[in-house]
Design a protein around this ligand. Structure first.
Ligand SMILES: Cc1cc2nc3c(=O)[nH]c(=O)nc-3n(C[C@H](O)[C@H](O)[C@H](O)COP(=O)(O)OP(=O)(O)OC[C@H]3O[C@@H](n4cnc5c(N)ncnc54)[C@H](O)[C@@H]3O)c2cc1C
Ligand code: FES
Length: 294
């Protein structure tokens, strides 16, 4: 399969059962660690088994379960694009037992990875249209996979717009990478920070939602992919609805506490949906029809 062709939408539980024990992780070696911002590092992994390394594929927006012996397991979004296979990049915030253990590890150490799980972004539906990607803070971790997927398959999409905002320049993930997109003619990149105390910021100083004032978005032809903390959803959704976006063209990545990741334990259920298999990507239409979703 050519690297730019997306694998068919996986059905996690069924796929995992087909491949053997659905809970069995594959050994993966840490091949790189890069500090992004305070307590947020980009870890690069390569599967030890060459067959797994060759066949592993995912959709932008999917996640894996990362396991560390003695510490446990945690769901983490895949931050790299399926168009750039062979390594897997995870942007991990130090939050508790598993992530603490990962931060104590070094290049060449082994972890367990199972997945990919979840539905991912509906990229087939998005093909041919415009795409707006809006992320606040750590929301860039899952959105980056879609960003590079659309850029690496540029001819398949209409206008691409990226809006990324953070509290200050030091809190921006992938700061150099995002800055390098600003001058690209094939994507309109708008970067904003709430404040610039260090005086090092060359782009907008404003709230993320205010970046809409600099964009030209047609709600009839655009899918909006939004990732970020709850406050981001509140203000971005207001702007999208005001622009006239239909609720099923707004895609959101939503996180819930998870255990199995494959629709078995019920840990992540919201109403009649399991976040691990029906999500983590939901349309705004789904979200408002499920209690406590947002
Ligand atoms: C689909 C998905 C994608 C994710 N992607 C990423 C990602 O890309 N990068 C990233 O850094 N994180 C991501 N997360 C979040 C990550 O899984 C959590 O931060 C996870 O808890 C970290 O595990 P830990 O063992 O290190 O921390 P934990 O020991 O689980 O502690 C983390 C925090 O959660 C609290 N907590 C733990 N369990 C519960 C519970 N049952 N109810 C309420 N609070 C609880 C703890 O008190 C603590 O404050 C994602 C989560 C989901 C569901
Ligand atoms: S995490 Fe077990 S059902 Fe979703």
């Amino acid at each position: 399969m050519s690297p730019n062709v997306l694998a068919p939408a996986p059905q996690p539980a069924i796929e995992a059962v087909r491949l053997g024990n659905p809970y069995a992780p594959h050994n993966a070696r840490i091949v790189g660690v890069q500090r992004m911002v305070e307590d947020n590092h980009l870890f690069t992994f390569r599967f030890v088994d060459p067959e797994i390394a060759r066949s592993f594929s995912h959709r932008p927006g999917q996640f894996i379960m990362l396991s560390i012996p003695g510490a446990g397991e945690a769901p983490i979004s895949i931050s790299s694009s399926p168009t750039r296979p062979h390594v897997l990049e995870l942007c991990v915030r130090r939050a508790g037992r598993v992530t603490d253990a990962l931060y104590r590890m070094r290049v060449n150490d082994l972890v367990g990875i199972r997945g990919p799980y979840g539905n991912g972004f509906p990229v087939e539906e998005m093909v041919g249209g415009d795409v707006l990607m809006a992320a606040g803070g750590l929301g860039m971790a899952p959105l980056r996979s879609l960003l590079w997927y659309t850029l690496d398959n540029r001819s398949q999409f209409g206008k691409l717009t990226l809006m990324y905002g953070g509290r200050n320049p030091e809190s921006m993930l992938y700061r150099n990478e995002m800055s390098s997109l600003v001058d690209r003619p094939d994507i309109h990149t708008l970067l904003g920070v709430d404040a610039d105390p260090s005086g090092t910021w060359k782009y907008h100083v404003c709230r993320l939602a205010d970046l809409f004032d600099f964009a030209d978005i047609d709600p009839r032809t655009t899918h909006a992919a939004v990732c970020g903390p709850p406050i981001v959803y509140r203000f971005i959704l207001q702007r999208l609805l005001k622009l006239g976006f239909s609720k099923d063209r707004i895609l959101m990545s939503l996180e819930r506490h998870m255990k199995c990741g494959v629709g078995k334990c019920g840990h992540c259920s919201i109403g009649y949906k399991y976040t691990c298999i029906h999500g983590p990507i939901f349309t705004y239409w789904d979200a408002i029809n499920l209690p406590e979703m947002i």
